[in-house]
Every structure is written in C-alpha cells, then in structure tokens.
Design a protein around this ligand. Structure first.
Ligand code: SF4
Length: 389
C-alpha cells in the first residue's frame, strides 16, 4: 500500500519551535507496531534506538550500559545474540531494564526462537542469511505465537548477487527490491507485524532507497546510516542522511550508528530530532565560534555547559555561551540565559539583559545556580498544576 502524507503535531506540549510552527511536519502514514510497551508508526513520536557494545552474555555489563542509555534518552535497545548464552542472558537483562529490548540475530534461526522465549520484545533478522524457508517460517511461527514484531533488515553489504546483476551494482532500487521480497515472503506466511530497515553507508543511496520504499509500503521504517564512521564523521553523515529523510516525513524510529560509545548515538539522535522540531525538551546550548576578541577559555566553558545541560533535561530553554560582551548578549538575544566573556571575567545575562559581572572562574557556577532556580520554578509550576499534588 502506498503511503499517504498526514500532518501530525509532534509531542504533547509545544516548544519554541512549535510556536513558530516548525514542528508541524508532514509525516508518512505508517501502520502502528507495538514493541514491548512502546509504539512506533501511525504518527507516534519517533523513537530513539541504540545498540549495546558489551558482550550480551555478560548480563551485568549489558544491563549497566542499558541503564546509562535509558537515562540519556534511549527508547529501545538492541543487543547482539550470537550464542545461546547471549539469548539466555536476555532473561536476566530484562528484569532490570525499563525499555524494550530487540534481539539482533544472524544465521541461526534457533537463536531467534530462543531470544523470543527469553523475553526479547522484537527481533531483528535478515531472512536472507537465516537459511531455508522452513527456518524462517519457524521464526515467524514463534513471533506470531508470542505477538513479537520482526524487523526485516537488509544491508547494502549483503545484497543478493541476482539483484546486483539486475541493477548493475548495489543500488537503492536493488535494496528496496531485496527488502520487499523478504517482507512479501513473511506476509505469505501470514504475518504482518513487521518493521523494515534498509541500511547503506552511502548516505544518498540510503536516502533514495527510503524514498522509494516509503512509496511502496506502509510498514514503519527504522532509519539510519550504517557504518557511518567515528563520532565526528558518523555524526555528520547521520545528521545529513537522517535530516533529509525525517524532513521528508520518512522514519518511525532512528538509530545513529557510531564507532564509539553508544551514549554518543543517543545524544546525537536526540539532537537531530530536536533540531528538526520532532522532539522537545532539554536545554539547547548555543555558543559562538570564538575569534580574536575571545579572552576566556570559551571552548572549555561551552563544553562544560553542554555537559551540565544534560542534567536539566526537564527545562525547555536556550542557553548562550558567547565569547565577548560586545556582541555576546546581542547575538544571543533570543537566549533565556547566557554568559558573555570579557578579559578574564564575564557577564551573566537573561533574555539579552545583563544581570551581573563576575570572574571567569565563577561563570559556570552562576549558570548552574540560575538553572537550578529555573528548575525549582518549573517544578513548583508543575506541582501547582498537578491535581494529584
Ligand atoms: S561573540 Fe564575540 S568572541 Fe564570539 S565570535 Fe562573536 S565577536 Fe567573537
């Protein structure tokens, strides 16, 4: 079924972007799929995924990493299941985490069945490497019995030779055909509780493949740029690729793939969604690029402010960190709060108005005090409006 566009207001409350009408984005209409206690598709908020890089067999280490990712805003977590021991560890891990868990399976259908029996909320398979139709059917039967969704994933690195020959290489068209072939195979087995993912490290090929498949199916799409690289280059590739797709209304759940700490994936995914007005909340830190007028350690201060801002995720404000008093407050007039550097000192300002001057070393603490005050006010306002006290 071809997808239709629908205008969806994202989020329960409006933020600055929504006030300017920026987050009313036309999103592709997809069917709703439940993953544990979360829902994707059907215009629901786009959920953030990441993948553990611990050994799944080590339930303690994997649980600890998932709890860290949960705290950072991860909505759904995926773990690799290369062994029966890893499948069994899911049972332990699930007891202590609070977000749905996806089991990532390659080659062995018995691992997929074991992962579901041990509590996986979703499985990710590439039916092409699971083997015979009977083996895929055994996985589908178990998923149907347990009402567990299957993410059908295809990857440019494992595109079938027949499709490479048909399209003269690895192409977006070939990736789409490969994904739809697998989806149709599972549909013929009588199962439609599916999510589709198409991954390519070629950003524009990946974008084209998603544009093509979004016109041909209404299954929710898990979008991301695979093998995007290290934190620096991967963030840029992911922001460009995901930015285009999400802006076109494509994507129901996202993963930023980085060679690094999965925590960085979650932070980047959140920022991409916030930048597009698809998620709200949290402090937006703006900082100047520094120039010959800068007389304080602005780079260090901006990084410290950004780290501190993560503690105040419940505030929905903009904080500016500017290098000089000449342009700082003026350039950051729209900021709710900010600092502007001088020569070994700095100004604290609110909404462009200077509040007080202080030595450079006190700027971070002063910002924290203000954030805590705003945080307290926000809490009081919330309590005042909450009928349950
Ligand atoms: S705010 Fe001041 S220090 Fe920062 S780039 Fe602008 S002029 Fe330079």
């Amino acid at each position: 079924m071809a997808q239709k566009n629908m205008d969806i207001s994202v989020g329960m409350r409006y933020n600055r972007e929504s006030e300017r009408g920026m987050n009313r984005m036309s999103r592709k209409e997809t069917r709703t799929i439940r993953i544990g206690d979360r829902v994707i598709g059907g215009g629901n908020p786009i959920l953030i995924q990441s993948m553990c890089n611990t050994k799944t067999e080590d339930a303690a280490a994997t649980t600890a990493q998932i709890l860290r990712l949960e705290a950072a805003g991860c909505d759904i977590i995926r773990v690799a299941v290369p062994t029966m021991e890893a499948a069994a560890a899911i049972q332990e891990i699930k007891k202590r985490i609070h977000i749905p868990l996806v089991a990532d399976i390659h080659f062995d259908y018995k691992l997929a069945i074991a992962a579901m029996e041990c509590g996986a909320d979703k499985i990710r398979i590439n039916p092409g490497n699971i083997g015979s139709r009977e083996k895929v059917e055994a996985v589908v039967d178990k998923a149907r019995e347990m009402e567990i969704p299957i993410r059908v994933g295809v990857n440019s690195g494992s595109l079938e030779k027949t499709l490479i020959e048909k399209y003269g290489g690895v192409t977006a068209e070939g990736l789409v055909e490969s994904a739809l072939d697998k989806v149709h195979m599972i549909e013929k087995m009588g199962y439609g509780n599916l999510v589709i993912s198409i991954k390519s490290s070629d950003v524009m090929m990946c974008v084209k493949a998603h544009e093509l498949i979004a016109k041909k199916t209404d299954y929710p799409l898990h979008v991301g740029i695979t093998e995007a690289g290290t934190v620096a280059s991967g963030n840029i590739k992911s922001a460009v690729g995901l930015g285009i797709m999400l802006h076109e209304g494509i994507g129901d759940t996202i993963r930023v793939s980085l060679t690094g700490d999965p925590l960085e994936e979650v932070k980047s995914a959140k920022l991409i969604l916030k930048t597009l007005g698809l998620r709200q909340g949290g402090i937006e830190v703006v900082s100047c690029p520094t120039c010959g007028r800068t007389r304080i350690d602005l780079i260090g201060l901006a990084n410290q402010v950004e780290n501190m801002a993560a503690e105040f995720d419940h505030l929905n404000i903009k904080v500016a960190v500017m290098g000089c008093a000449v342009n700082g407050p003026g350039e950051a007039r729209e900021a709710d709060l900010g600092v502007a550097g001088g020569d070994g000192e700095g100004l604290l300002f609110k909404k462009g108005q200077i509040i007080r001057k202080m030595p450079e070393g006190e700027l971070l603490g002063a910002l924290r005090e203000e954030l805590e005050r705003m945080s307290g006010n926000a809490q009081t306002r919330y309590m005042g409006s909450c009928r349950h006290g």
